[in-house]
Write a protein that binds this ligand. Structure first.
Ligand code: UD1
Length: 384
């Protein structure tokens, strides 16, 4: 049988933990099934710093990309357009059966657009998530990518419902579970060997883990200033560890925001995946605006305050350990988590470490059905 060719796309930090399990599942299937899947990895270069990109390839065992588009940073239009321009010739040369995109970053939507216009099938991993807030660039990316996708792999039933409401045909939607959890399960042992707690003088359940990088929180001086003041206040009660995203650091320096002199507030450079998992598992609670950390804390059953007016991952609230907060209610919400009994929630169904295998099974199933269909057609008597 002809091999099915997949072009897998990754561009920004949260993509790497989603493609790692997928590539591993493909490699396992190929080992047992004489190489049924042909695949190439394309890195768009949306993130390029060692701490935002290379470190994850090493830690997650991702092979070096076959192609790097090296697009770098820019405005949304510039970055998206540059990815499209650079990806189109790769797509034409490779002629894959499927372009596989993950998540909701600019690389996701840019590569989906290129593939769709070349009439190449698009598969979207982590499809159907909606915050219904179009001020978030990621929401625009999600809606457009899902509109173009031919196969939509969803992490939770709410995503299926969103897609059906938008008129996506049911046969295109496959509920596979959450590939982020596959990555955690595969890396749990390494994460538990991390020395990040010792290196930062932190004790189990005796610190708060903070990550903040969304434009809505950090691109506005009033909001960023009030967040940093609140973190300084919290650090007087309990150590706060805050690996700072380059966007946040840039904005702090632009707005002249300093971090206070309190030794409890530990501002770090961006950290690797194993250190981050270790912090998420052992924190008293996590304060974040990241999508991935809402899911990771749900898996670890660590309380999480998400500093956003909404989330595209509502299951982390309805089932998991997540709660939304605002800059106005942050102080009270922090005191509540630090002072009272905490809600640990439960892990959603299919967040079990097997999502990528279900994705691979789907590709092989679709491919086999198409091959059988082709063979059947070829065997039909030619009409006279
Ligand atoms: C992007 C994603 C966001 C994701 C986040 C995770 C989009 C629209 N946004 O946001 O969904 O949650 O990644 O990190 O795709 N920079 C560096 N080094 C790098 C990359 C970026 O210093 O390796 C700096 C640059 O100054 C850049 C800024 O960070 O301008 C923002 O990077 P960008 O990729 O535009 O968006 P993120 O905020 O990282």
């Amino acid at each position: 049988m002809r091999r099915l060719k997949l072009l897998i796309i990754a561009g920004a930090r949260p993509n790497f933990m989603k493609i790692a399990p997928l590539i591993k599942a493909i490699q396992e299937r190929n080992a047992g099934d004489s190489g049924v899947l042909d695949w190439r990895l394309v890195h768009t270069g949306q993130h390029y710093d060692a701490r935002m990109s290379h470190i994850f390839f090493g830690e997650l065992g991702i092979p070096a990309p076959d192609v790097n588009l090296n697009v770098g940073s820019g405005s949304h239009a510039t970055q998206t357009a540059n990815i499209m321009k650079e990806f189109e010739p790769v797509c034409i040369a490779e002629r894959p059966d499927w372009v596989v995109v993950v998540g909701d970053v600019n690389s996701t939507v840019a590569c989906s657009l290129v593939a769709a216009k070349l009439q190449i099938n698009v598969a979207h991993v982590e499809a159907g998530l909606r915050s219904y807030d179009r001020t978030m660039p990621e929401e625009v990316n999600r809606v457009v990518t899902d509109a173009l996708a031919n196969l939509l792999f969803t992490p939770s039933p709410d995503a299926d419902e969103n897609l059906k409401r938008e008129g996506v045909a049911e046969e295109k939607i496959v509920l596979v579970g959450n590939v982020m959890i596959d990555a955690i399960v595969a890396n749990l042992e390494s994460a538990r060997r991390s020395t990040v707690l010792d290196r930062n003088a932190l004790s189990q359940k005796g610190f708060v883990y903070v990550t903040l990088h969304r434009p809505s929180n950090v691109d506005d001086p009033v909001s960023l200033n009030s967040i940093m003041l609140e973190l300084t206040r919290m650090a007087r009660q309990m150590p706060v560890v805050f690996p700072m995203h380059p966007r946040t650091r840039k904005m702090c320096s632009e707005f002249g925001i300093t971090f206070g002199e309190h030794s409890g507030l530990k501002i770090l450079d961006p950290i690797g995946y194993h250190d981050s998992l270790c912090l998420a598992e052992n924190a008293r609670f996590v304060l974040t605006d990241s999508g991935g950390l809402q899911e990771e804390t749900t898996f670890f059953r660590t309380p999480c305050l998400t500093l956003r007016p909404n989330t595209e991952r509502p299951i982390t609230i309805s089932l998991g350990s997540n709660e939304l907060t605002t800059t106005e209610t942050l102080a009270a919400d922090i005191d509540k988590v630090l002072g009272g009994p905490v809600r640990c929630g439960e892990v959603p169904p299919l967040w079990d470490g097997r999502a990528a295998h279900r994705i691979v099974d789907t590709f092989v199933g679709v491919h086999t059905a198409e091959a059988v269909g082709r063979e059947h057609k070829e065997k039909q008597p030619v009409p006279c």
